[in-house]
Design a protein around this ligand. Structure first.
Ligand SMILES: [Zn+2]
Length: 137
């Protein structure tokens, strides 16, 4: 827990939220400024700022809750799809890793995930792939 983190305070019920799910390790609640009906966020109860801060087990716990809540969103809202996104190492928002689940419908005015940024690489894709593969070894 981080005493200054808004999401840690939400998890501890020090700040009210519209909780939709909670288990021993994860917490899911509706976004206070939703991009769409049912826009919710899933967090791990242990404070961490990025995917690097969590173990494989903890990441699995988060994704299990993402799976569970996405199934509920589909049933409750009859949405066409769900955009699921993580702002890894986010500097502008709340620095407690959170996964957005944004229900989508045909003609809802939103774009696909790839439309968030328009910053195509200046180097050849193959060269970039080689650099990333080398770093992963
Ligand atoms: Zn936190």
């Amino acid at each position: 827990m981080d005493d200054k983190c808004v999401f840690c305070k939400i998890i501890k019920s020090e700040i009210p939220s519209h909780k939709v799910y909670e288990d021993g390790n994860t917490f899911a609640f509706l976004e206070i400024k939703p991009s769409a009906p049912g826009h919710l966020m899933v967090v791990h109860k242990r404070h961490g700022e990025s995917v690097i801060d969590y173990s494989k087990k903890e990441l699995g716990e988060i994704m299990t809750t993402v799976r569970k809540t996405s199934i509920s969103l589909e049933k409750v809202l009859s949405c066409d799809s769900i955009t699921i996104g993580i702002n890894h190492l986010e500097k502008k928002g709340i620095r407690h890793l959170h996964i957005h689940l944004i229900p989508r419908w045909a003609n809802d005015g939103g774009g696909i995930m790839q439309t968030i940024v328009n910053n195509p690489p200046k180097e050849k894709i193959g060269d970039l792939a080689q650099k990333i593969r080398k770093e992963l070894m």
